[in-house]
Design a protein around this ligand. Structure first.
Ligand code: HEM
Length: 233
């Protein structure tokens, strides 16, 4: 709940080009995986899809680069740095910029950019699609929506804001969020390259070096409509 405010303040107030670039990259990456002829780098970079991918990459990298530059500029001012150090919650980029290894060496610009790219993508794309699909589920199944509302109202009483301690009491709401994440996972697939061969119980195996694709399950448990018996992940 408090993760996004740590990330967003400096990064939110921009035009939408970063978000469009991420949306393009997500779509193009999936299309590339699905099209065998695109697996070869040389061929892919010559295609219109490949060129669009490179363009979107540049937009995304330019954005994170600008965020890092602005942050570094602000931190040159010692007073500003002291003020930041005193804050109860440091924002993610401030932590990275202040981080040093045992020998006192700071992160290189390339390391910083890699971290910021990962967190900025992971931080906004997953949560926005997770929230959007959860709202869709609530709209589609009003009986569960009512149940969630009643639960939250009962826990809040006359409080006008939610505290950390309240979250653990919202068990029905939590089940609905988890069920929505199961049905519409923001990260539907993850990939791994096998460092050693893997054998399965049915006798089949995969050799080392092979890339594997794990698809999140959407079908093995009761669907949202039977929430009464919904699974507890
Ligand atoms: C509903 C929200 C989210 C979902 C469903 C989600 C899901 C995932 C999944 C499935 C992975 C593993 C990917 C893999 O093993 O290949 C992952 C990794 C990661 N997530 Fe999230 N995530 C969410 C929110 C966030 C947020 C808010 C942040 C940061 C602000 C974040 C940062 C990361 C990072 C840094 C990694 C590791 C990436 C790597 O090592 O390559 N995630 N996430």
């Amino acid at each position: 709940m408090h993760i996004m405010p740590l990330l967003l303040p400096r990064w939110l107030c921009r035009d939408s080009s970063y978000y469009s670039a991420i949306s393009d990259l997500t779509l193009l990456a999936q299309q590339r995986i699905d099209s065998f002829q695109y697996h070869n780098d040389f061929i892919y970079w010559l295609t219109p899809h490949g060129r669009r991918f490179l363009k979107a990459c540049k937009v995304a990298h330019d954005h994170t680069d600008q965020v890092i530059r602005e942050c570094k500029e602000a931190l040159k001012d010692e007073k500003e740095w002291e003020k930041i150090q005193k804050r109860r919650h440091l924002d993610f980029l401030d932590i990275l910029l202040g981080a040093k290894d045992d020998g006192g060496v700071e992160l290189s610009d390339a390391d910083l950019q890699a971290e910021v790219d990962t967190f900025m993508f992971e931080g906004h794309d997953t949560t926005t699609s997770g929230i959007a699909w959860f709202l869709y589920c609530m709209a589609r199944y009003p009986e569960h929506q009512n149940h969630c509302r009643e639960e939250v109202q009962e826990i809040l009483g006359d409080q006008d804001s939610i505290q950390w301690g309240d979250l653990g009491k919202m068990s029905y709401l939590t089940m609905c969020i988890k069920e929505s994440l199961r049905l519409y996972p923001p990260v539907p697939q993850v990939y791994r390259q096998l460092s050693k061969p893997v054998s399965f119980v049915d006798g089949r195996s995969l050799p080392a070096g092979k890339s594997s694709d794990f698809v999140s399950s959407q079908t093995s448990s009761p669907p949202f409509t039977s929430m009464g018996s919904c699974h507890h992940p």
